[in-house]
Ligand binder design. Structure first.
Ligand code: TRP
Length: 446
């Protein structure tokens, strides 16, 4: 009995990290943001760059973050103090992470609110079988045009997030990830199949697979990089915080690898589900943040039992968004509990309320959501990731990093990681940021 218990708890612990981390990573970023970013950036070329970023930045940096958390057993600010001394200037990286969490959560909740709105519309019969793409787009437009509806849904989502962080039922929720993530994957596969069999769908496939080099700009590269960090929850200490709950005998590398595989796989599935439908239904791939909310329901409502499919899809998406949002609120609450001795209750309620108010800006102002999204994706997360890789590569004790690689391919993997994290990743991120700020334009124009 005792033995079963230890072996079960061991398994439970490793899978516990993977579920929490995958729950954080898989969310609106995969299903809402990835297709809309790819659609705005020429499709295939963006997807290629995104995959390159995952390989050379996402993979090494997620390992670095988890490693820093595990080694320090602390929140993002405390981690740098624990590893580099109480007056370490690297703490600033942690502060930036906490700031990024505020920014992300405030608009994330607005978009997640759209899911709640659409769940309501599926149940109350606003969505009718046979609705055309134009009718669905009009329903979406009406929702985001209404301060009341949007504010209400955004508020509801924030209450749910705060409630879960408060009730401490996170663990229970993570178990659901085990069940609902496969369901989400199956539903996406069905949608891919449905989309690909529509007349005109091949144009969507071509859009995703045939690179058009004329679409390659500095901006595309920056967007792909930001999407890589956003989707993997990197650059602000969320993965660091989850790594800090990891047991000593578990390895950062293997677990992180699976999280990356799952996250990237689900993003690609979402792309293969969305773009064939976009082209089959004669819509524009560069429709912006509303893309998935306009395309998906339009496709569902052509299917038999479509309102149910819509309902299932938005419930699954809402769930995926919740497990991501709690990871954002968790970073902020953990920080204020650890560093200021605040109670969990005060911290969660207070910061939930602040994010709600900040998010209301997106409900009132048109361009504000895009502004916050740009701020985090093109600035806060890349800069955070840059410093995290510098710290893990140049400051962190080599031995601490090395043990995480024990196992198969030990030497090769460690060598490759170290080269990436010390040289390739910081250099790449820096160049992309400088380029986006126009440095090279000025240099080359003389
Ligand atoms: N990765 C999540 C998604 O794809 C969003 C998210 C959760 C996040 N926590 C984060 C993004 C921390 C950046 C940092 O939907």
């Amino acid at each position: 009995m005792a033995e079963t218990q230890t072996s079960r708890s061991h398994w439970g612990s490793r899978i516990g990290f993977i579920l929490a981390a995958a729950g954080s990573a898989v969310g609106l970023g995969n299903i809402w943001r990835f297709p809309y970013m790819a659609g705005e950036n020429g499709g295939s070329i963006f997807i290629l760059l995104y995959l390159a970023c995952i390989l050379f930045l996402g993979l090494p940096i997620i390992v670095a973050e988890v490693m820093l958390g595990k080694a320090s057993q602390s929140n993002p600010v405390g981690a740098f103090k624990a590893l580099d001394g109480p007056r370490s200037p690297w703490q600033v990286v942690g502060f930036m992470g906490v700031l990024a969490a505020f920014v992300i959560l405030s608009f994330y909740s607005v978009v997640a609110g759209w899911c709640i709105g659409f769940i309501y519309k599926s149940v109350t019969g606003v969505f009718q079988p046979g609705h055309s793409a134009e009718e669905v787009a009009a329903i979406f437009g009406e929702m985001v045009g209404s301060v009341r509806t949007q504010g209400l849904c955004h508020g509801l989502f924030m209450i749910l997030t705060v409630g879960i962080v408060l009730a401490g039922v996170r663990r229970g929720l993570e178990r659901w990830t085990e069940i609902l993530m496969p369901v989400l994957i199956i539903l996406l596969l069905l949608l891919v199949g449905y989309g690909l069999t529509r007349p005109g769908a091949m144009a969507g496939l071509e859009f995703m697979l045939k690179p058009d080099p004329s679409k390659l700009t500095g901006r595309t590269v920056l967007d792909a990089m930001g999407q890589c960090f956003f989707s993997l929850s990197l650059g602000m200490g969320a993965m660091l915080t989850y790594g800090s709950y990891m047991r000593r005998e578990d390895r950062a590398v293997g677990s992180s690898f699976w999280v990356v595989v799952m996250d990237t796989g689900i993003a690609l599935l979402a792309g293969f589900a969305v773009f064939p439908m976009v082209f089959a239904f004669g819509q524009q791939p560069d429709a912006g943040p509303g893309l998935v909310f306009k395309t998906m329901p339009a496709a569902f409502l052509q299917m038999p039992g479509g309102t149910w499919v819509a309902l299932a899809f938005f419930i699954l998406l809402l769930f995926a968004a919740l497990t991501s949002a709690i990871s954002l609120l968790e970073v902020v609450t953990a920080y204020f509990i650890d560093e200021f001795g605040m109670s969990r209750r005060t911290a969660a309620v207070m910061f939930g309320a602040i994010c709600f108010l900040m998010g209301m800006g997106c409900v009132y102002g048109d361009g504000y959501l895009g502004f916050l999204d740009n701020l985090q994706g093109n600035f806060l997360l890349p800069v955070g990731a840059l410093f995290i890789s510098l710290f893990a590569g140049w400051k962190l004790d080599r031995q601490i990093a090395q043990v995480e690689f024990e196992g198969q391919w030990y030497g090769v993997a460690f060598g490759a990681w170290r080269w990436c994290i010390r040289i390739a990743a910081p250099l790449l991120v820096l160049l992309v940021i400088l380029n986006a700020w126009g440095l090279f334009d000025r240099l080359f124009q003389g």
